[in-house]
Structure formats: structure tokens, C-alpha cells
Design a protein around this ligand. Sequence first.
Ligand code: PBG
Length: 330
Amino acid sequence: MEVEKVKGFPVTRMRRLRGSEIIRSMVRETEINVHDLIAPLFVCEGKGAREEIAAMPDVFRYSVGNLVKKTRELKNLGIPAVILFGIPSRKDSRGSEACNPKGVIPQAIREIKEKLPEIVVIADVCLCEYMDHGHCGIVEGNKILNDPTLELLSKAAVAYAKAGADIVAPSDMMDGRVATIRRALDDSGFQDVLILSYAAKYASGFYGPFREAARSAPVFGDRRSYQMDSANAREAMREIALDIEEGADIVMIKPALPYLDVIRAARERFDVPLAAYQVSGEYAMLVAAEKNGWLDGERCIMETLLSIKRAGTDLILTYFAERAAKILGK
Ligand code: PBG
């Protein structure tokens, strides 16, 4: 008897694969694991500080003691790493506090590493939080100078490595900074400190709440002469290729959700671990909608994280790290 050749319905029924949660879980292609998550934390000077950031409900600026407490909670939830952003009380035109070995970030790193040696500490390396003008490099007239900035960035990176940082993460978007930082770290005996570069960092409106949190909005102009144009995806491939060539161990795309195509293209092209940063504005949007009762927050948070992972990233920096870890642990 001849078997009738049939294509599609009614023989093929996609819904069979969705019939029950157990079947769905068997054919699920992507999963978020708690070890994919990196929690960003803001560190300020002083004692006992825990200041909420207006545009980022449930995100705080912590002084060192409270920071260690929060880090312990994150670690106990299984989160493997934190990334630290410093908010110094003194800012100047050379971002001096960024390189101060007694500055807020080196202090924080030392404390965390002493009390919680197993958690991976990532130090963001940038000058904008430390500059009185809020730009990520040295300013001359209305120009942001590239090469003179590199020296300050490598000094900061070495200071953080000395304090015990496992990973340094340059987020300034100056050309050549990965190579310069790699050389400076190696020359100081820190061959084993990793570089996570913000390789494709776009000039984005979604950084608004962060700039409030870090008090780092530029006082003149904007960051478009160093951060990338949102319209460009091919250029991101060049940025990433260069950073890998210069010695980046992990490369990052930032923001995440509006740039999923860039994550996907990078995944297809490069074999290094990829990270994506779900930034402050992405956080604020979801939390605002949730607080208004317009969205099911928990569900939408996990959906965005899943989409970022599905696009091809290995690691996700997100202000939802703690909440997501709790949801995953349920
Ligand atoms: C510093 C830096 C910024 C962010 C991370 N590192 C701000 C900026 O470039 O203005 C943004 C992170 C966020 O919005 O969550 N260069």
C-alpha cells in the first residue's frame, strides 16, 4: 500500500509540542541560569548610606559596609558576579579619584574580596563619574581627547586590579583602551585579570536613570563623539573585532533590548563570551509600567532576559539580577 505523502496540517500539529508544561520544558531551547547574571551596584562614600535612586526604584547607592551586605545576599542567591560603579564625593577635570588607590572603588573591592572571596568582582573603568564635566575622557575646549585619556584609564584599571578586582570593564569607548589597559595590567603583574570590554556601547537615551544614579550627566554636549550611533550594526562588528584583537576576554553590547540584532550578529561572528547590559532605562521602563499595574512585571522581566539570552549572549548585566535569581530559585 502506498503511503500518502502529506505535508503540514492535519498531520503536522505544532500544538502537540505545547500540550503540557512537562513537554514544553523538554523542548525548550533557551534557559536563563542564575550564573548568567551580573548585578550592577553603585558605591558611594561615607558610612551607613543606602540612598534610593528616584528613577530606579529598589536600586540604591550603598556605602561600603552596606555594599558588602548586599553583595552577600546576592552571592547567597547564587549570583556569581557584581560590577561596581563608584560615586566619589570629589570630582575634577582629570577624574583623579578614579585612580586613587584609596578611592571608593578600591576600598569597596578590598572589603568584598576580604569578606566574600568567592564572588567575582568586576570594576567598571570609566572617568565620567569622576570628572567635573561628566565626560568619559579629558576635555580640551569642546573636544574629548582620546590618547591622553588612555593613560588615566590604565592607571584606574591597575589600581582596581591591585585592590583585588577579578575583571576590569572599560566603558569609556576611547580607541585603543583595551590594548593600553592589557599592557598596563601585564606590566604590573596582573596577567590573570580579565578584561570585559564594553565593545559596542551605543549613545543611548536609555542611560538616563544611570546618570542620575551616578551623577554623571555631561555638563555640555553629549557622548556621540565616542559612543556609537544607534543606527549602526556593521560598525559594532568592527568595534568588537578590534577589542578582541586588543585582548578583550569578554565583549559586551549595550544597551540590550533595543540591540538584539547586534547581539545575534556578534554571536554568529565571534567565538568569545558575549555579555549584554540591560541598562538603567530598560529597568526603569519595566518597573514604571509594573508600578502602574500596566504589566505583569515578573513575567515581562523574565521575558526580556530570555530574549537577550536567545539573541545569543552568555552573560547579562541587569538591575533585575536579584529579583530574577529569586524567581529562578522558586
Ligand atoms: C559610564 C557608564 C554608563 C553606563 C555604564 N557605564 C553611562 C553612560 O555612558 O552615560 C550606563 C549604564 C546604565 O544606564 O545602566 N560610562
